[in-house]
Design a protein around this ligand. Structure first.
Ligand code: GUN
Length: 294
């Protein structure tokens, strides 16, 4: 019992950030300091936390970093104007508009307005298309799935031929790009979701199970194939009566305590995929800055 290898995303993220920091300082000495612009609209509390930690990571890497905070009632035209200004700013190599956006704003139009060369989230249709059509070195890969792939690589290496991978969740941010990356590594990939019939049976086939649905502890121990690698992308805040008076804690989409008795390797929450997302965002920004030099 409790025999799964714990995949340490925090340690892996630290190594990525160390490498990014060293490369950023070389680039700066050669005349190009990597620059990132983060845009947040409104005051969603979770988004504020994420944006603050992105800015902190950028500064720790030695990047030029600016955060634009726009009011909840921002008009589409004003947001598009800011994106246009950042597209033309030579000090900015990466633009990130934090999602979700308030209801009056059209996220896909805003993402479509970001220059694909500065789209460090990899959400622009051109980058999504590049990813699905075999990449090319200029494709920006969405940060969370890119980070999850690095963790999978620690267990299985880069070649996943013969392995069955199941991705639970079909978002543009995680599920779909995750499936593209697993497929590119030659895994046999299924994408399951809320409308899948007998989700448990589909999950039980997986040698590599990636959970990205945002449902706390949806995936139970007997949904996991013995020895499987379980990658938990979920970050859900739940009540924690064991901690007393109305306290809360973060849990994943997987029942971790049950998973470690069955899985061969598993990512914890927190400390698994989460730290990798920000590390890969910094890596994408660095790559964009390096590319701008040619
Ligand atoms: N909201 C949740 N995850 C993300 C992300 O990776 N990027 C952006 N821009 N917004 C998000």
């Amino acid at each position: 019992r409790g025999t799964a290898r714990v995949i340490d995303g925090k340690a892996t993220a630290s190594r990525v950030l160390e490498w990014v920091t060293a490369r950023a300082s070389e680039l700066e000495r050669a005349g190009t300091r990597p620059g990132i612009a983060v845009v947040i609209v409104g005051d969603d509390p979770a988004s504020k936390v994420y944006v603050a930690s992105k800015a902190r990571a950028a500064e720790a890497c030695g990047f030029h970093s600016i955060t634009h905070r726009l009011p909840d009632a921002t008009a589409q035209a004003d947001l598009l104007a800011l994106v246009g200004q950042l597209n033309g700013d030579p000090a900015i190599h990466g633009i990130l508009v934090q999602l979700p956006l308030p209801g009056q704003l059209d996220a896909s139009r805003v993402i479509g307005a970001i220059s694909p060369e500065k789209d460090i989230d990899g959400f622009h249709a051109l980058n999504a298309g590049r990813l699905w059509s075999g990449g090319g070195s200029d494709a920006f890969v969405p940060c969370t799935p890119a980070g999850a792939m690095l963790l999978i690589e620690q267990v299985h290496g880069r070649e996943l031929a013969g392995l069955e991978a199941v991705v639970v969740g079909r978002s543009n941010i995680v599920g779909k790009p995750m499936a593209a990356l697993l497929l590119a590594a030659n895994a046999t990939v299924a994408v399951a979701h809320s409308r899948t019939r007998d989700l448990r049976e589909v999950c039980r086939r997986a040698d590599i199970l990636v959970a990205a649905v945002g449902r706390p502890r949806l995936i139970e121990g007997d949904w996991i194939k013995p020895g499987a690698t379980v990658i938990d992308v979920g970050i859900n805040r739940v009540e924690a009566p064991e901690l007393g008076d109305g306290r809360t804690k973060l849990v994943g989409d997987v029942d971790y305590a049950a998973a470690v008795d069955v899985a061969g390797a598993a990512t914890p929450v927190p400390g698994g995929v989460g730290p990798m997302t920000i590390a890969m965002l910094m890596a994408n920004t660095l790559a964009s800055a390096a590319r701008s030099v040619g």
